[in-house]
Design a protein around this ligand. Structure first.
Ligand SMILES: Nc1nc2c(c(=O)[nH]1)N[C@H]1C(S)=C(S)[C@@H](COP(=O)(O)O)O[C@H]1N2
Ligand SMILES: [Mo]
Length: 323
């Protein structure tokens, strides 16, 4: 069992921005409503559209987040860096080439099939999800397993809400996610180095945690293709590789899913991928990280600073073995 030093425990009052963006949108294209609501959301939250009626879409530049920092006092990573320095191997392994290559990637129409061990399997259009679940802002640290990190104001909704709708059966123990497989549109999928499509997984209790969200936007704007439009997972206490992009399929399963990274390099990547400064990657230390936009390196925090929220999930587990 890895000891958690008290210096690594986050402050009591975790600041999670919960500005509510929208509820029950009507027939208007989801993207424009999302953008419009980003502009109009009043400080302090609550839907700006309590009647549920569709607003006239606005095309004004979506407003940035009202908060400039996280609960640790660190500044948001710039929009330019968040949308210009990306890992998305379906487009390129060159982080600075992804955005350009992803330009024009069609994210509409888009459906997400949710099934497996559930009583109520359902296929959702992306606009159904935007209409059904209130989009909240969550300011989360993102720590890539490669040793760099960002602070990102996401828009999204808890995965738990979606899972409750499909009613997992008592046999369901894990959630398995799949990215779109379409080599014509995702040229990186022609590379034989990896087993496509990209797959990730969570234990059901990890998936049900309020911290775990499906994201549809960031910085008050619609998600861009390079960030995993139109729907990607965000699991902030785990290395960024768990936060799978451009999801088309979510299955409740009994067995632990094998992720793309577990299949590609089983000695380097396990199922959990929890951020842990005390468990090195076989080829490099994980004790520090480079926050994009900063000089020098900073200490990596246990569970990426979300100890209070998640440590109980791993009580009694050997985190060096269950990497
Ligand atoms: N489908 C898919 N999802 C993915 C990846 C990818 O290559 N393909 N890269 C992962 C990795 S390693 C990281 S660090 C994050 C990066 O997210 P960002 O580009 O939005 O910052 O996405 C994750 N999700
Ligand atoms: Mo990553």
């Amino acid at each position: 069992m890895v000891k958690i030093r008290s210096s690594e425990i986050t402050p009591e009052h975790i600041y999670l921005s919960r500005r509510k963006f929208m509820q029950g949108i009507g027939a208007v294209a989801a993207g424009s409503v999302l953008a419009a609501c980003g502009v109009q959301a009043p400080p302090g939250g609550i839907s700006n559209n309590p009647s549920g009626a569709a607003d006239t879409p606005h095309t004004a530049e979506p407003g940035p987040t009202e908060a400039a920092s996280d609960e640790l006092g660190d500044s948001l990573t710039t929009y330019e860096a968040v949308t210009g320095y990306n890992n998305f191997y379906e487009f390129s392994i060159d982080k600075q080439a992804v955005a350009k290559l992803a330009e024009g990637f069609q994210t509409s129409p888009w459906t997400i099939e949710v099934g497996g061990l559930v009583n109520n399997p359902k296929t959702f259009g992306i606009e159904d999800l935007l209409g059904r679940f209130t989009q909240e802002e969550r300011i989360y640290r993102m720590r890539c397993v490669e040793g760099w990190s960002m602070l990102i104001p996401w828009l999204g909704f808890p995965l738990a809400g979606l899972l409750k709708e499909v009613e997992p059966t008592s046999k369901a123990k894990y959630v398995r996610f799949e990215t779109l497989y379409d080599p014509a549109r995702l040229p990186g999928q022609t590379s034989a180095w990896y087993e496509w499509p990209y797959v990730e997984g969570l234990r059901l209790d990890e998936a049900m945690l309020d911290l775990t969200i499906l994201s549809t936007g960031l910085y008050g704007k619609e998600l861009l293709p390079q960030n995993g439009a139109p729907l990607r997972l965000v699991v902030p206490w785990k290395y960024g590789l768990k936060s799978i992009k451009s999801i088309v399929k979510i299955d409740l399963v009994e067995e632990m899913p094998t992720s793309l990274w577990m299949a590609a390099a089983p000695h380097e990547y396990g199922f959990y991928a929890n951020v842990n400064p005390q468990v090195p990657h076989p080829r490099w230390s994980q004790s520090t990280e480079r926050r994009i936009g900063e000089f020098g390196r900073r200490e990596t925090l246990m569970f990426n600073g979300y100890v209070d929220e998640v440590a109980h999930l791993y009580a009694g587990m050997d985190l060096a073995k269950n990497y």
